[in-house]
Write a protein that binds this ligand. Sequence first.
Ligand SMILES: [Zn+2]
Length: 66
Amino acid sequence: MTLPPDHAPLLPKPCSKCGSPGEVTKSGSNRYWVQCAKFGRNGNCNAIGQQAASRKEAIRNWNTRH
Ligand SMILES: [Zn+2]
């Protein structure tokens, strides 16, 4: 039996560029995205996922792109 995608574990994959953990970031009440732990001033990686209206979708955006 295969679980539908919505029931897949919702954890960001490690960054495909540097291997650092993906971090879910939130802005306001309904803007979520995942960015590399070494993104921006935390390091020198530029990996960032597309914004979404839910945490789940943001993680999915990150995971499918990476
Ligand atoms: Zn990275």
